[in-house]
Design a binder for this molecule. Structure first.
Ligand SMILES: Nc1nc2c(ncn2[C@@H]2O[C@H](COP(=O)(O)OP(=O)(O)O)[C@@H](O)[C@H]2O)c(=O)[nH]1
Ligand SMILES: [Mg+2]
Length: 350
């Protein structure tokens, strides 16, 4: 999964990126212009830890999230977050996270204005999508047939003209497929991070921001980026005490991952053996045959069946053999809908 960290200059994107990835990318207005930062984190998973203890595999692989921190737009005004390079890179991510400045801008002394920033960013996304739709409609004028595409794009245009994100529209599976190639930005799963000073780390979102998010159906998270970035630099065992001082039970990274999984409706299934214990991330509702394809296209193509035991049952009975005796090992077909925490062996033939 790839998550883009977006927002206006000096909202604290790079600071949040560092807090989440434990990297030390340069923050502030002197940061190297044009540099995109990439950081990969492992998704902590107690089930993987437990299986690693039991199987003692050669390799342990956690699910991963890749974060992309976008550079300040070259030579443009500080009010615009999007230049063509940034837009192209944004099309490539699975979700967008807008960092919203919740502290006084150190450069301009401007107080935070969350709803203004959220609205302005949404407008940029909507405007961008509108341009794409209009350009396509213009070209369709010269083509015959294509009535359905034209009608569909007109519907999109209406939504965008009303300054609504495409996220708000209901699309059929068929429409979604037809539109996938456009990579519409206002269609991407979206969440907001309210980046505040440490003295506000435990406060809820400002009411006006909360109201905006609810109206848009967007989840929001409070993070104290700067102090969390400092804490992320400490040795792992020292962090909980510093977080507790702030009144926080878990790190920015843990809270962020939880929200991202919820937003994207993600779950994990597990594979375990002497070679490798591994967590695989899929969307809720994924069938066994598609889950197999996550591992390898050959396993999807030659799928015979899935042998499934729930992680809890495996732990309760202590081994696959015992779980089988207890009737907890199930044989499932292609259309079985995989559940969070399923341990799966795929039987296939190529
Ligand atoms: N007071 C305060 N300053 C912050 C916080 N987060 C970031 N900053 C400062 O805001 C400036 C811009 O941060 P940066 O992460 O580079 O923002 P970006 O332009 O969005 O990547 C830097 O001077 C940071 O030190 C915060 O939570 N509180
Ligand atoms: Mg930056």
């Amino acid at each position: 999964m790839k998550v883009g960290i977006v927002g206006f200059p000096r909202s604290g994107k790079t600071t949040i990126f560092n807090a989440l990835t434990e990297q030390e990318a340069q923050v502030g207005s002197f940061a190297e212009p044009g540099a995109v930062h990439l950081g990969t984190i492992k998704v902590p998973d107690a089930r993987v830890d437990e299986l690693a203890r039991r199987f003692r595999p050669r390799k342990v692989t956690y699910a991963e999230i890749v974060f992309v921190d976008f550079p300040a737009p070259l030579g443009s005004s500080s009010s615009s977050a999007l230049d063509p390079t940034t837009i192209a890179q944004m099309r490539d991510v699975d979700a967008l996270v807008q960092v919203v400045r919740g502290f006084v801008d150190p450069l301009t002394a401007e107080p935070p204005a969350p709803v203004r920033d959220l609205e302005a960013f949404k407008s940029e996304l909507v405007l961008n999508d509108l341009m794409i739709v209009e350009r396509r409609l213009e070209r369709l004028k010269k083509e015959k047939g294509k009535e359905r595409e034209r009608a569909l794009l007109e519907r999109l245009k209406q939504t965008l003209d009303a300054e609504q994100a495409l996220r708000r529209m209901e699309w059929t599976a068929e429409e979604a497929t037809a539109l996938a190639g456009f990579g519409f930005l206002s269609r991407k799963p979206f969440m907001a991070v309210w980046n505040v000073g440490e003295e506000h780390a435990r406060e809820p979102l400002p009411p006006e921001m909360q109201a905006w998010l609810e109206q848009e159906g967007v989840p929001g998270l409070v993070l104290a980026g700067q102090i969390e970035m400092e804490i992320a630099k400490l040795p792992e065992q020292d962090r909980p005490a510093f977080l507790a001082d702030l009144g926080l039970a878990s790190s920015a990274r843990e809270r962020f991952i939880r929200m991202a999984y919820e937003l994207l409706d993600l779950i994990s299934f597990l594979t375990a053996g002497e070679d490798e214990v591994r967590a695989w991330t899929i969307r809720r509702g994924t069938t066994a045959v598609k889950a197999a394809g996550k591992i390898h296209s050959d396993i999807e193509r030659g799928f015979i069946r899935a042998e499934v035991v729930a992680f809890e049952d495996f732990v309760h009975y202590g081994s696959e053999a015992k779980a089988r005796e207890a009737g907890k090992l199930r044989l499932e077909g292609k259309d079985y809908v995989v559940r969070d925490g399923d341990m799966i062996h795929f039987r296939f033939n190529v």
